[in-house]
Design a protein around this ligand. Structure first.
Ligand code: SF4
Length: 229
């Protein structure tokens, strides 16, 4: 059984946010508008954080895409009173939307702030609703949501491989963010396969976990950029 993981090379990321747009489109993530955003109610399954280094005029921008880290010791999962979020056998932190009662304990316990609450019933003005992905449910009012590593793509790839009576190939499963990245800064694959690209990159001297000191054991590995090496 694969153990899914992602590697993000910060040396390659240019901060273009193509991954953000692709994720929003693939996963039917609603745009809540300026007013709700001002109240902190925006929904972004992946965001690109920006940091500035140095003093003017020698300033350099750094970018860091942040999404659900699918932690093996996920702080969000044990605090859910109705078991609406749990860990899958393949290492994904999954949401069962129709169990969620919206206490938001999970969001409050996530150190990465990658869980989002639906304050309203999401709406898409016509004809934008025609573009919704039928493989992904639209989350209703009162439900928490977050990155799934595009589990619908994982399932589709598994079904396709099973139909051809073969194993999944390394790199065959590509979440929307990985597929859309023009800089090829993101890689996705089976972290339990020592030959996979994700495994090989994870053992790089540049590899680190975001807030790794918390002991959450994330499935997302970052590669340090530039002179941080
Ligand atoms: S698409 Fe790639 S280069 Fe652009 S922000 Fe996302 S990770 Fe960075």
């Amino acid at each position: 059984m694969p153990q899914w993981g992602m590697v993000i090379d910060l040396d390659r990321c240019t901060g273009c946010e193509a991954c953000v747009v692709a994720c929003r489109t693939e996963n039917n993530v609603p745009v809540v508008g300026e007013e709700q955003t001002r109240m902190g109610r925006q929904i972004n399954w992946i965001r690109v954080e920006r940091y500035w280094e140095g003093e003017f005029p020698n300033v350099r921008a750094r970018f860091m895409p942040v999404l659900c880290q699918h932690c093996d010791a996920a702080p969000c999962e044990p605090v859910c009173p109705v078991y609406a979020t749990s860990h899958s056998p393949e290492g994904l932190s999954v949401m069962t939307y129709n169990r969620c009662v919206g206490t938001r304990y999970c969001g409050n316990n996530c150190p990465y702030t990658v869980r989002f609450f639906n304050f309203f019933e999401p709406k898409w003005d016509a004809p934008l609703g025609e573009a919704l992905n039928p493989e992904v449910s639209v989350r209703p009012n009162g439900v928490m949501e977050k990155c799934t590593f595009c589990v619908q793509r994982i399932q589709a790839a598994k079904v396709g491989a099973a139909g051809e009576e073969r194993d999944l190939r390394d790199g065959e499963v590509q979440p929307a963010c990985v597929q859309s990245c023009p800089a090829e800064a993101m890689y996705f694959g089976d972290a339990s396969d020592p030959e996979s690209r994700v495994s090989r990159l994870s053992s790089s001297g540049r590899a680190f976990h975001l807030l790794g000191e918390l002991g959450t054991r994330p499935r997302v590995v970052y590669l340090k950029s530039g002179d941080e090496r």
